[in-house]
Design a binder for this molecule. Structure first.
Ligand code: KG4
Ligand code: ZN
Length: 339
């Protein structure tokens, strides 16, 4: 089955063609980064307008790069939740029209589930496993029982991890998008120049929950308080110290969740899963017998391939979305989404 995947939930306009859920025949990502850069963040109105202008070319490029014609497509999968409403609507309506014109099925896909599924396309992992979803909008540690069966163990109670990277970078004028810049600057920084505090693990009902707003505030407003007194207060040192703390905070919960659940497999996904420190820290878990899998860099950040890959799983089980399917900016905690 050849599935076209469309992703327009935020600022990446992406379309991909995936055969049988495994073979990525094309994955075109038209990034809007340069156009949002002057504002140091995504401007929703600009994002949706650009999606409207670009979507047709991006989809046609994906079909062409796959070496196919539109009549070769068997189905269309599209992100319809969660995300920026205007942006989601562009992809969703394009997908509906495209599928209706070709007379093929279409399916609406949850963006968060798609991130969690991304690594499965390249490196299938047996269920259940510990899922670590880290993006600009979400930070979730979960038990993944199946592609549509996800049990949340812990989540952020305030900012998402990627949001913290972006806000710190914005405050210090380090560049945009923040996560990428901080990752790069950290390579030449001293991670202990500032010893920022990480919230202690809660002993109560939510031991895997995280909080990033305290760390963000410490980095932005209380630099001197956590300074080692000797290191240079350089962007590199601020970035490295922040990154060490942001990743450490997550890793402590991940390790606890692995211990408590006894799970021996882990998969990470989402834009922050591209972070080099997080990837190397997760890799060290292999010493403890944990199988660790994360998507290649191109499949960490928003892309159509993860949508097509997950779409294939639903479609091959006979699920279809109705033409009155709407877009949703937010989703409540994970529940089975189909039927
Ligand atoms: O998954 P994604 O493309 O979009 C959302 O669903 O949010 O994630 C975007 C987030 C941004 O916050 C960005 O700064 C962060 O991922 N990010 C990174 C890295 N690359 C992207 N954060 C840390 N290190 C990176 N290398
Ligand atoms: Zn995303």
């Amino acid at each position: 089955m050849i599935v076209l995947g469309i992703e327009t939930s935020c600022d990446e306009c992406s379309a991909a063609v995936v055969r049988d859920g495994r073979e990525i025949m094309s994955n075109v990502v038209a990034t809007q980064i340069e156009l949002h850069k002057p504002y140091e963040g995504v401007v929703p109105e600009i994002a949706s307008r650009l999606h409207t202008e670009w979507i047709e070319q991006v989809v046609m490029a994906a079909v062409k790069h796959a070496g196919l014609g539109v009549s070769d497509l068997d189905a269309v999968a599209v992100t319809n939740r969660p995300g920026l409403l205007g942006s989601l609507l562009v992809g969703l309506n394009f997908a509906k029209a495209f599928a209706a014109t070709l007379g093929i099925p279409f399916i609406g896909i949850d963006h968060i589930r798609a991130h969690l599924y991304a690594s499965q396309i390249e490196q299938p992992l047996e269920y259940p496993y510990l899922g670590v979803l880290v993006s600009g909008g979400h930070t979730v540690i979960c038990k993944v029982h199946g592609y549509d069966d996800i049990e949340v163990l812990g989540t952020t109670i305030d900012d998402a991890i990627g949001e913290a990277f972006d806000k710190v970078a914005k405050h210090y004028g380090l560049g945009y998008p923040g996560g990428v810049v901080i990752d790069k600057l950290s390579q030449s920084g001293n991670p202990t120049a500032f010893l920022f505090p990480g919230p202690a693990l809660q002993k109560g009902e939510h031991p895997y929950d995280m909080s990033y707003s305290g760390l963000k505030t410490a980095v932005i407003n209380q630099l001197d308080k956590f300074w080692d007194g000797t290191s240079e207060k350089s962007p590199e040192n601020i970035a490295a110290s922040f990154q060490r703390c942001a990743v450490g905070l997550l890793m402590r919960r991940v390790k606890l969740a692995l211990e408590d659940t006894g799970l021996t497999r882990l998969s990470a996904g989402g834009g922050v899963a591209a972070n080099s420190l997080l990837r190397s820290e997760l890799k060290t878990l292999e010493k403890n017998g944990i199988t660790v899998s994360f998507p290649s860099l191109k499949l960490c950040t928003d892309n159509g391939a993860m949508v097509a890959g997950l779409g294939y799983r639903y479609l091959s089980e006979g699920f279809r979305s109705p033409y009155d399917l709407n877009a949703c900016a937010r989703v409540s905690a994970f529940k089975r989404s189909y039927p």
